[in-house]
Design a protein around this ligand. Structure first.
Ligand code: URA
Length: 258
């Protein structure tokens, strides 16, 4: 069969193996991986040859064909974003736009900022008053990975607070964990680039978490902007604008959560 023959003219389904669900033909695994951002087909062949790629839980060999719609593909143990039809948008949410898919009061929502088809939903939420980066997607698996309550993806915020410079004791509390009514917050990264302006990185996604943390140390939030989600950031994306994530960005998000 076509094992070891990456571009070879193996018969349809060559390399599908006992656990494979690829229909006759299928697509070459290296082509599917390359389309998902793992590098050139050549690089993807090396990933396969090195035993780093699994299909439906079994290490794949060169020549493997897959059905990207149904086969579960993993690289280094992380799910690979290879299913067709998935879209992933990065939106810079302006203040006043709400981040549910539909608002009962007819207010503008983040979903109105992106193409109507295919239908997408926001990954997590930003408060109406919060600005900045939000992901919208139809990729339920990625959304679940990123919003895991305890090990969710890192999110970095720029926070303007009331009350002037935040004292070292309050900064330490923000970093170590603040008692909120739904429990103590996990350790956070917190810096104060200028008096009254904080950069806070958290990986939990509790409701109004940053606002409640700052309230708890006596510095209510005046302005809150999300600057980063995992490795995804974009200083040039204007408020109200969107762009598709690159395949590298999608892959990095999967690796973060997977
Ligand atoms: N934390 C908040 O308090 N609000 C947000 O919108 C996001 C994080």
């Amino acid at each position: 069969m076509a094992e070891g023959d990456p571009e070879g003219a193996g018969p349809p389904g060559a390399g599908a193996g006992a656990s494979g669900t690829a229909p006759d033909g299928g697509e070459r695994l290296q082509k599917v991986l390359a389309a998902a951002g793992y590098g050139s087909r050549r690089v993807c062949e090396e990933l396969i040859a090195d035993g780093r790629v699994a299909v439906n839980g079994t290490v794949a060999v060169l020549g493997r064909r897959v059905d990207p719609e149904h086969d579960r593909i993993e690289v280094d143990g992380h799910p690979a974003p290879t299913r067709p039809g998935l879209v992933h948008y990065l939106v810079n949410k302006p203040r006043g736009v709400i981040s549910t898919a539909k608002d009962t009061h007819g207010r503008p929502t983040v979903v109105d900022l992106v193409p109507p088809e295919p239908r997408v939903f926001p990954v997590g939420r930003l408060d109406a008053d919060t600005e900045g980066l939000l992901l919208l997607t139809n990729d339920g698996e990625l959304a679940q990975l990123l919003t895991h309550p305890r090990h969710g993806v890192e999110k970095e915020y720029l926070v303007h607070v009331a009350g002037g410079a935040v004292r070292p004791g309050a900064l330490r509390r923000l970093r170590d964990g603040v008692e909120l009514d739904d429990g103590v917050t996990a350790p956070a990264e917190v810096s104060q680039p200028e008096p009254g302006v904080l950069r806070i990185t958290i990986h939990e996604g509790r409701n109004r978490q940053v606002r409640r943390m700052c309230d708890a140390v006596g510095h209510p939030v005046q302005r809150l902007v999300r600057l980063r989600i995992g490795a995804v950031t974009d200083r040039r994306l204007k408020p109200g604008a969107w762009r598709p994530l690159t395949s590298d960005e999608v892959r990095a998000l999967y690796e973060w959560g997977g």
